[in-house]
Design a protein around this ligand. Structure first.
Ligand code: PXP
Length: 258
């Protein structure tokens, strides 16, 4: 059983502001302005995914925004693949957090968690130790499986971000209380318990909307959620500040019932 209730941080992923900006190859909408609005809305962190193909966030975004966030005291969570190129960039930027994710060139978004079957033999252990040595906290993006969480603990990562995409898809397609959604939810509950047992800080993300954010906030040891696509989409209708505040309210409502 999970015993302690942790404060729940909301990290907002602003990649798709950059996607829109890059569609014209110009400077609007400016990412900096989006970060300033997100800070005003009270976010606890900003996540930026520097992909190998630079399809949204580009290197200059990191150089511009990392000092701004540091000045504000709001952590940057840099999402990267475990490659030599990305590790070198992370060493230069030295963000408070790095989330290591798998990356496939042709995918629309991060499709699954890291493959940790042979985690000790690839570049992942080097990434984890190098980042730890320079004081960067690492979270590993993993599927909601106990085996993956045990492998993450073996890598001595302080945190994991558990992939909520399959659950969110089941909720979207079949409803929050449907059998497919319940089956995926069970994996998240089991993951929360495994994190507690393994001493891993439990983060979650991917595909979360207001309803699923409220539900997942009921997991008492969840410390952080990272949400992008839905908030940026809602910003079209409500504005970014209101969309973030509504997401915060959904999390708080879910937490209130714990
Ligand atoms: N966490 C990770 C590791 C991701 O790759 C993404 C997508 O970039 C997110 C969270 C946010 O997912 P979404 O945009 O679906 O909210």
């Amino acid at each position: 059983m999970v015993s302690s209730v942790h404060p729940l941080r909301l990290g907002v992923n602003l990649d798709h502001i950059a996607t829109l900006r890059n569609a014209r190859g110009e400077d609007h909408p400016a990412l900096r302005r989006a970060v300033e609005v997100a800070l005003k809305a009270g976010v606890d962190g900003i996540t930026l995914h520097l992909r190998e193909d630079r399809r949204h966030i580009v290197d200059s975004d990191l150089h511009e925004l990392s000092p701004l966030l540091a000045l504000h005291g709001t952590p940057l969570n840099l999402e990267i693949a475990a490659t030599e190129e990305m590790l070198a960039i992370a060493r230069t930027i030295s963000p408070p957090w790095v989330c290591l994710v798998p990356e496939k060139r042709a995918e629309l978004t991060t499709e699954g968690g890291l493959d940790l079957h042979n985690a000790q033999s690839g570049f992942l252990p080097t990434c984890c130790t190098t980042l730890a040595e320079i004081g960067v906290q690492v979270s590993l993006f993993v599927d909601p499986s106990v085996q993956a969480l045990e492998a993450a603990a073996d890598l001595k990562a302080p945190a994991v971000e558990v992939h909520t995409g399959p659950w969110c898809n089941a909720v979207r397609l079949h409803g929050l209380n449907s059998a497919p959604a319940q089956a995926e939810w069970h994996k998240l509950v089991t993951s929360a318990e495994a994190c507690e047992r393994l001493g891993l800080a439990f983060h979650a993300g991917h595909g979360l909307r207001y309803d699923t954010a409220q539900r997942i906030a009921s997991l008492a040891n969840l410390r952080e959620v990272n949400i992008g696509q839905f908030i940026v989409g809602e910003a079209i209708f409500d504005g970014l500040e209101i969309a973030i505040r509504k997401m915060r309210a959904a999390l708080d409502a879910g937490r209130a019932g714990v």
